[in-house]
Design a protein around this ligand. Sequence first.
Ligand code: ACO
Length: 336
Amino acid sequence: MYNSKIIGLGKYVPENVVTNNDLSKLMETSDEWIQERTGIKERRWVKEGDGDTTATMGVKAAKVAIERAGIDKDEIDFIIFATLSPDMYFPGPGVQVQHALDIKTVGALDVRNQCSGFVYALSVADNFIKTGMYKNVLVIGSELHSHGLDKTTRGRGVSVIFGDGAGAAVLTREEDTSKGILSTHLHSQGEHAEELVVKAPGMGTRWVTDILEDDDKDDESYFPHMNGQFVFKNAVVRFSEVIMEGLMTNKLKKEDIDMLIPHQANLRIAQFIQKKFELSDDQVYNNIMRYGNTTAASIPIALTEAWEEGKVKEGDTVVLAAFGSGFTWGSVIIKW
Ligand code: ACO
């Protein structure tokens, strides 16, 4: 048995900055409301004509991660791509990355676990490496939310939260099993699937010919629906549980955490967890103020920035944790 470890990290965010004041020109909202409830000051939304898509942003982040990993693209044995906003209904963006990076014909897996997507993807990568099946795995989280949001007052409870961007990590084999990813922990609770959902396009209830005939501009099933307070209440409980599960599995205490990188869902959720685990501001990395919630991309973007700023160092105990639509949640415990 081996462990896996992260040897390269990269991120890409679109240049176009959208402030809370910009949003207040599109819908009835305010900088004050958004900052008070979520901590978000601005987010990046792709600009028409720039050519950014979920796949292309993922490719850009991946190129940086591969270069920093110091390996050749053809040493990558497997690609995992987490997103809730793929360019196409199918195939998913994993194969687009394989083609765009001109990597030999390795497997490409798409992960559909929304805000927990990157944690799920890391867990899959880690286990493929642990068993010896693959040596180097490329993991990407990327989202283009801005094309799918209702940017009118009707959608303001959701659309002010989400941003576009991508992050990527290259994992490789680590022979010392006291280092690298120590454990991953995944959960789901499908009874709450419709508390945070985009229902369409889906083949479950409607014929595609009916959808095309309807042409209903008021059809809300294409937009995200979120029962915000219910999601919030579940998030704070599940984040705490799954971090504790990870610590206990590795016989660690909360005092052992050097850096917690929570999925950037809402600054208030991160602050709640910080208080609960009695962590200082230096022990929790947040960048939701600048990017909003980028779903599967939020953890790899934050991890990349924390690493770039020297806040994640060799020997550190790093905890990643996520919660989101599904509901799904999970954690990753890393000895860096
Ligand atoms: N601007 C101004 N007012 C608004 C806005 C807005 N953008 N959005 C909603 N409001 C209004 C509502 O209409 C409501 O008005 P009313 O009292 O007159 O009816 C009032 O503000 C309060 O609305 P709530 O939805 O109750 O606001 P809340 O305090 O719950 O904050 C929020 C909303 C920020 C969404 C919060 O519930 C939250 O962060 N939830 C968790 C989100 C999360 O963690 N998601 C998981 C990850 S996402 C994923 O997996 C895809």
